[in-house]
Design a protein around this ligand. Structure first.
Ligand code: GTP
Length: 323
């Protein structure tokens, strides 16, 4: 109790006596302390706001310690003003001691942190790092683009390989059959005409035997090219066996299909007689049209039977299935 009475007893000799109550000295001390007090209150508030706004701040507790240290310094200055008129020297001493403790603590921790703070990258190093990162990012984006283009190219190649006959570059058996299924479904639903041709090169074994397998390959490729040239963009042609081809003619009736089949046959005959590098080659063609009662199997079978008729009746000719 006695301690508290002494603590709060401001009756010690006021500091003003030391200053001889001279107005100019009083103004200097009180003015200086007031300005310092205002500044020492504003600085901790600014530091606390900084720490709260930046959650990425390193050593943020150090900023808070600084805020506390500066706050206590400010408190000693306000006591300096009060003590000019009242002698609260115990309270002043306590606040000074607390300022001393927090200052020592801050100083120790500051020295402890110093090596880490020194090793932090400076502005120039950070800028160089950012430039390097941006360059790496650009390079990554460019290589991503290259990779994507490569993947697209490879996917297109794979898709082509999956649907194309390697030798003739026509559609392969699986793809032409898939398209036939679609065209049959379309013809069925829309009631559109659909004709197909089964096309087989004549005496191809003899070509292979006489001129060799490589010449046979060349003949196959060249025949495929000739067939393709005669067709519309909306028609499909695929190689379904060694020297056997299937042609799909959407929106085409059987008489138009037969005209086209004869044109193809003649073009092949013409092309092989004109080109001495390719063994003379002809084709037999069976033509048929889709009818409502057909399924895939019956349609193909009828085209096959018609081709067989063309083969049995002298080859290098076009036969159409009976109505
Ligand atoms: N060069 C080559 N020959 C092939 C290829 N595929 C199948 N052949 C050959 O084509 C020939 C087909 O013979 P066949 O089925 O007897 O028919 P063909 O000799 O054309 O007789 P017809 O069809 O009755 O006129 C065989 O000798 C096969 O080896 C190929 O990709 N390249």
């Amino acid at each position: 109790m006695n301690f508290f009475n002494e603590l709060l007893n401001g009756d010690f000799m006021p500091h003003g006596h030391c200053l001889l109550w001279r107005t100019d000295l009083l103004l200097l001390h009180v003015g200086g302390d007031t300005l310092t007090f205002i500044a020492y209150m504003l600085i901790p508030i600014a530091l606390i706001r900084l720490v709260r706004a930046r959650d990425d701040l390193r050593f943020d507790w150090m900023f808070l310690l600084f805020a506390g240290f500066i706050f206590f310094c400010g408190a000693t200055h306000i006591l300096g003003i009060i003590n000019v008129w009242h002698g609260y020297y115990y309270i002043h001493g306590i606040i000074k001691s607390m300022t001393g403790i927090i200052s020592i603590l801050t100083a120790i921790l500051l020295w402890y942190l110093l090596p880490q703070a020194i090793s932090l990258p400076g502005k120039r190093a950070m800028e160089a790092k950012i430039v390097a990162l941006m360059r790496a990012e650009h390079e990554l984006a460019a290589s991503n683009q290259r990779l994507e283009a490569e993947v697209k190219k490879r996917t297109a190649q794979l898709e082509k390989m999956a649907t194309t006959d390697e030798l003739t570059e026509l559609l392969n058996r699986r793809e032409i059959m898939r398209l036939l299924e679609l065209e049959v479904a379309r013809a069925d639903r829309q009631g559109a005409a659909l004709s197909i041709m089964m096309l087989d090169l004549d005496h191809f074994k003899a070509i292979n035997d006489s001129y060799g397998h490589q010449a046979g390959d060349r003949a196959l490729k060249s025949a495929a090219e000739t067939f393709k040239q005669q067709l519309r963009k909306t028609d499909f042609i695929g190689r379904i066996g060694g020297e056997e081809f299937l042609v799909l003619l959407p929106d085409t009736n059987i008489s138009s299909a037969c005209v086209l089949a004869n044109r193809i046959r003649q073009a092949l005959e013409q092309q092989t007689t004109d080109n001495s590098a390719i063994p003379t080659c002809t084709a037999s063609i069976g033509v048929t049209q889709y009818i409502a009662s057909d399924d895939l199997h019956s349609l193909i079978q009828r085209a096959d039977e018609t081709l067989y008729q063309a083969k049995s009746n002298g080859r290098n000719c076009v036969y159409q299935s009976p109505d």
